[in-house]
Design a protein around this ligand. Structure first.
Ligand code: ADP
Ligand code: MG
Length: 235
């Protein structure tokens, strides 16, 4: 990643939370075009709160969120138009609509979505509510990436999925990053996200406790899982 590339999305000293009570404190992180940044942390660490505030879906309680170096104040739908893609934690397929119609709701061409995930082609007429969890996640990812977003924010994309599907989704994110999208990925499970990530941050109880290259994180995975993620993976 060229160090001189400016961030496309950045949190600077961000405080975030609910009903004016911050549960995320003084978090600074950034995403540059073409890189995958993963935010790791145990349940309740503040990952979703950080992501939603960076997406503009939650008002910040201090600090700033910068979009290409300017404070980002526009409403979420304006940001989406400006190139912000979000795959939220509560999944947003519309169950009663077909796969095709779910893709049509996206901002990108359906054909592009199908090039990214040819697996969806035979499922186009199926109601999205009848898809497996993995297929639904592919649909959401295809829809988000078809628009070639400048930034994609994805919350626990891998949660509950078989490793093979997680690998498939992570490869799709890597492909998008290689085409220039800045990807911010929030995950509780480190291994598969780190396999495609460039950089990592770790949140614990609302504060950043570690940041570094994904290489460094991969080399210290056991220690990181034990110390920060509450996952005692054994010897
Ligand atoms: N809608 C909400 N209202 C009040 N508190 C919330 C809400 N959502 C999350 N929280 C609290 O904020 C903290 C951080 O939660 P969250 O950002 O969802 O963590 P993570 O995504 O890392 O699991 C937790 O203590 C959680 O209970
Ligand atoms: Mg969460």
């Amino acid at each position: 990643m060229p160090a001189e590339t400016a961030p496309v999305l950045e949190a600077r000293g961000l405080f975030a939370g609910y009903r004016k009570v911050p549960c995320v404190r003084d978090v600074s992180l950034d995403v540059r075009p073409g890189e995958i940044v993963v935010v790791l942390g145990p349940n309740g660490a503040g990952k979703t709160t950080t992501l939603l505030t960076m997406a503009g879906a939650l008002p910040g309680l201090g600090g700033e969120v910068l979009w290409r170096d300017s404070p980002m104040k526009a409403a979420l739908h304006h940001r989406v138009r400006a190139g912000l893609g979000v795959i939220p934690e509560e999944r947003s397929v519309i169950s009663r609509l077909s796969v095709h119609d779910n893709l049509r709701i996206g901002r990108g061409p359906i054909e592009h979505a199908l090039e990214l995930f040819p697996e969806l082609r035979p499922l186009l007429r199926r109601r999205a509510g009848l898809l497996s969890g993995g297929e639904q996640r592919m649909l959401l990812t295809a829809r988000a990436l078809a628009a070639d977003p400048a930034v994609l924010l994805a919350d626990e994309l891998s949660l509950g999925l078989a490793p093979k599907i997680v690998t498939r989704l992570m490869q799709a994110l890597r492909g998008a990053a290689d085409r220039g999208t800045g990807v911010l990925l929030v995950e509780q499970h480190a291994r598969q996200a780190l396999a495609v990530a460039d950089r990592a941050y770790i949140l614990q109880r609302g504060s950043l406790v570690w940041s570094g290259s994904a290489d460094e994180a991969r080399q210290n995975l056991r220690r990181i899982e034990r110390a920060y993620l509450g996952q005692d993976v054994g010897a």
